[in-house]
Design a protein around this ligand. Sequence first.
Ligand SMILES: [Zn+2]
Length: 414
Amino acid sequence: MKKLYRNMRLFTPADGGRPLCGAEQANVKEIENASMLISDGIIERIGTDGEVTEGLSCSCISFEKDLKGACVIPGFVDPHTHMCFAKSREEEFGMRLAGLPYLEILARGGGILSSVNAVKKADDEQLFEATKKNVLAALSKGTTTVEIKSGYGLETKTELRMLEVIKRVGKETPADVVATFMGAHAVPLEWKKKADSFTDEILIKEMLPQIKAQGIAEFCDVFCEEGVFSVDQSRRLLKAALSLGFRIKVHADEVNDLGGAGLAAELHATSAEHLLAASEENLKAMGASGTVAVLLPATAFSLKKPYARGRDIVDWGVPVAIATDCNPGSCFCESMPFVFSLAVMNMDMTVNEALTAATLNAAYAINRADKTGSLERGKQADFVVLDGETPTVLAYHAGSTSVSEVYKLGERVA
Ligand SMILES: [Zn+2]
C-alpha cells in the first residue's frame, strides 16, 4: 500500500549523479503545492500535486496526509561523527575554556585517550545505550542518516566492539548508520614515538583484515596531523584499506597544513574533513578528484577557533558538505540545524549551498546518495518538516532547531 503526502512547499537539491560543486552547489529546486507518493518507504512520485495525483486511484492509498503548506526538505545527513562514546568530557571543556591547548591535553594523556579509557571500562550495553541516546537526539533534530566512527579503542578488541555497537544502533533505531573504522584516531601511549610500528603492525596487519573479515565497517579514516599520523603513515594505511575494498576518508589539515588534503586528492578519497589549514592548491586538487570537503563549523565554534573557508572552498569548485563532528571532546553537538546556521552565518555560505551541504553532498560523503540526500523518485522518503516558510528559517530562527517533524522511509519518527 502507498502513502500520499500533499500540500507541501518542497525544497531539494537535484541529484545529477555526483556531488554538487561550484555554482551548482546552490541549485535547489522549489516546488509549491507539492505532493509525494511513497511505496514501501521509497518515493514513487514527487512533484506538483497535479503531476503526482494524475491517474492515481484512491484504492491503492492506505494513508494520506495534508501538510498544510509546510516547508519540507530532505532529512539531514550527518557525514562525520564520533557519537559512539561512553562518557562526556565536560570537565576537560572547562580546562579548555581556561586556556589549555588541545594538542597539549592530548600530549598529557587527556583528550581522545580519556575517551579510550572510558570505552574500555564500559560494557557493551552501556556503550550501546550511550550511542543510541546520541543518535536519537540527532534524529529528533532532523538527522535521518548518520556516519559514526570507531576510534576510542585503539586496540583490536575494543575497535571491533565499537563497530559492533555502531552496527547494532543502526539496526535498533530508525536512523541509517554508516560505520567508519578509525583505529588511527590517535597513537596509544604505549606506542608513543613508535607511530610507524603502530601503523604497520597493528592498524594494517592486525586491525584492517579482521574488520574486513567481519564486514562491520565501510570506511577507513585517519587523523593526519602533526603529533598524530604523518602523511606517509596515513598513505600506507589508506592504500592498505583501499586494497581490501574499504572506502577512505581523511581528517586533514585541521591544525597544520601537513598535506592531508593533497593526500585525499591523490588517493581519490571519498571525503576529507576539517581542512582549516589546507592550502588552496590542495583544496583545488580535491575538487578535481571529486573528493567532498566535509566542513565542521560546530567544532570551530566549540574550540573558539577560526572557521574553515567555506565560501572560498565552494568558489574553488570543491563539493562541500557539513557535519556535526559530534564527539565528547572538541564538539559535543548532534544538531545539524545548528551546523547549518553556522555555515550560513560564519562560513558565508548561502542558504541553498548549506542545504546541499547538509543533505545531498553529505550523502555523497558517505556513499549514500543512491538512497538519500535529495527528495526524488527512487530515493528513500526521508524528510523534515520545518516550522518556517523556507530553509532560511534554519539560520534565521537562532537557537531553535526549527524542525517540527522528522520522517524516515515515509514514517513519522520524531
Ligand atoms: Zn572527527
